[in-house]
Design a protein around this ligand. Structure first.
Ligand code: SF4
Length: 242
């Protein structure tokens, strides 16, 4: 399925996208049931713990976070403890993860949550986006994974999966700016997100991008291949090369 004849961004969600959406969601959820990773931050709905994992995961491999995540939580188990620590103490606990602005911003965020919101993490996206170091992706992740509020996410993995499954080379070339492509990805991510099981869906699409539809995709074992634009285009290319 390709949306190549559809003008951006107004008509993205018309046929044939709507037809393919259900197939994609159903396949993704069953793939996740079988292959989804059992990660410690998936056992909690605490916004603080979810934020620790999400901020650590930015620019860092899961295997490294598995080591740092429990140690950080042991030292700073909640917003109040983190807010009362000094910046030096927070940076020391982050030592080795790099990108120290994440830690500095998280410290500021903890202070703001403690002082301005009486320790309660806000539940609306607009307010969440005003917090230090929080962008669209992290806001969507904390809404979905911690607060049980349906919200789309787009990170590198989601970008790769959506681009490959739903967008042709021609579509991708038609974007004249990075912002234009991002806008389309967010619209598609929102449209794919089910009314129920949105927690599973968002976890699943990230795992799928990290494990199946990787930079070098494992198309032969992929449940999406019959509907995947990238797979179809590459099969044709392979066929003509023979
Ligand atoms: S068929 Fe290949 S490119 Fe398409 S979703 Fe699956 S792994 Fe990714």
């Amino acid at each position: 399925m390709s949306v190549k004849h559809i003008a951006w961004p107004d008509k993205i969600l018309q046929e044939p996208f709507t037809r393919e959406k259900e197939h994609f969601v159903a396949n993704l959820l069953s793939w996740f049931e079988e292959h989804g990773r059992d990660l410690p931050w998936r056992q909690t709905r605490d916004p603080y713990k979810i934020l620790v994992s999400e901020l650590m995961l930015q620019q860092t491999q899961v295997s490294r976070i598995l080591e740092y995540y429990p140690r950080f939580l042991e030292k700073f188990p909640d917003f109040a403890t983190l807010a009362h620590a000094t910046e030096e103490e927070v940076i020391a606990a982050w030592e080795g993860l790099g990108y120290y602005n994440r830690a500095r911003n998280f410290h500021k965020l903890a202070i703001e949550i403690t002082e301005k919101y009486a320790g309660q993490f806000p539940r609306d996206k607009e307010t969440i986006l005003t917090l230090p170091g929080i962008g669209e992706y992290t806001a969507g992740a904390v809404l979905t994974f911690a607060l049980g509020i349906r919200a789309p996410i787009v990170d590198t993995n989601v970008d790769r999966v959506i681009s490959r499954v739903f967008l042709s080379q021609k579509d991708l070339r038609s974007f004249t700016t990075k912002g234009q492509k991002e806008k389309v990805l967010w619209i598609i991510s929102e449209a794919l997100l089910p009314e129920e099981h949105f927690w599973e869906f968002n976890q699943a699409i990230m795992d799928f991008g990290a494990m199946q539809c990787t930079a070098k995709p494992h198309c032969d074992t992929c449940p999406m291949k019959l509907a995947c634009v990238y797979y179809k285009q590459h099969s044709i290319t392979r066929f003509f090369k023979k």
